[in-house]
Design a protein. Structure first.
Length: 305
């Protein structure tokens, strides 16, 4: 008589996952040991995630507590610069301007830390809606042109000729451009040039697993399906070994004459671009400036579950 399958074979969870089998009624001690290791690994991962979440909450709280005293400092500096508390000398005014500039940098760092803390434990969500990309570029030009002029730099920004309307998060993309321009402003010396260009682009995404309606070996469509955004500068450039690390959190290049940052601007830009199912990368050589490139699809692909 043929025995039942349950009497001759039992299923256990081995290192390779469900479906590993062992013959006989008695369980394999080695398999049981692997199961124990697997459960211990899961417990360790859960504990590490819990600890990471706690640190993120604590960091957010500590950074938030810095905003109030900073606001008080900025308020008194503005009063002194406006000579509402009495006359100040030219040397004192120069010192107050330096304090105000430092306050702005600190306020920007606090904002980035709060943003990163709020989104480090979860995937960045974006609100996609049909909008005009030309308008975004025009607003960026109006805001940043005086900033570069004050620093003695040339800012070249020309909105695209073609009207581009597609689904994207206006606020998030403005943040991406702002972070890239701020990075260029930081590393470009006075007298240098920073440019922002936007062009329609055909993005061949076959490698990403996108469905292909037409066999492109016979008929290849080159109709634009994305926007290409480039921020280029004439700064010192970035060596090849740092061009991936530069997008990692809290990574900051140390260069003579450049105050180190907290290393979150490019990280945030990468997160926001990826939330649009886009791509961001750096093209650079030492001494030849840096070029940050962004591709944003007109129709973001659905995220795979």
């Amino acid at each position: 008589m043929r025995q039942k399958a349950s009497e001759t074979m039992s299923y256990v969870l081995g290192p390779a996952g469900a479906g590993a089998t062992t013959s006989g009624k008695a369980s394999d001690p080695n398999v049981e040991k692997h199961v124990d290791y697997y459960e211990e690994l899961l417990h360790t991962i859960e504990k590490m995630q819990h600890d990471s979440d706690r640190r993120s909450v604590a960091l957010a709280g500590a950074v938030h507590d810095l905003k109030t005293p900073l606001a008080v400092i900025r308020g008194f500096v503005n009063l002194l610069m406006g000579q509402r508390l009495g006359a100040v000398t030219d040397r004192q005014l120069d010192a107050l301007k330096d304090i105000a500039a430092s306050c702005r940098r600190l306020d920007d760092a606090i904002g980035k830390l709060l943003f990163h803390s709020a989104n480090s434990a979860k995937k960045q969500r974006v609100h996609l809606e049909i909008a005009d990309f030309n308008t975004v570029v025009t607003q960026v030009r109006e805001h940043w042109s005086p900033v570069f002029e004050q620093r003695g730099m040339r800012f070249v920004c020309k909105p695209p000729n073609d009207v581009m309307r597609f689904r994207f998060d206006r606020q998030c993309i403005q943040q991406v451009i702002a972070n890239l321009l701020e990075n260029a402003l930081k590393f470009t010396p006075a007298g240098g040039t920073v440019s922002l260009s936007v062009t329609p682009e055909f993005w061949d995404r076959r490698g990403a697993g996108a469905a292909v309606a037409v066999d492109r070996r016979v008929s290849r469509s080159t109709r634009p399906n994305a926007v290409r955004l480039v921020v280029a500068d004439t700064g010192p450039g970035v060596a090849a070994e740092y061009q991936q690390e530069i997008f990692e959190e809290f990574f900051s290049l140390s260069l003579p004459g450049v105050a180190p940052g907290i290393g979150l601007g490019l990280t945030i830009a990468r997160h926001l671009v990826q939330a649009h199912e886009g791509k961001i990368w750096l093209e650079s050589r030492p001494g030849k400036g840096a070029k940050f490139c962004v591709l944003l699809p007109f129709v973001p692909q659905p995220v795979k579950k």
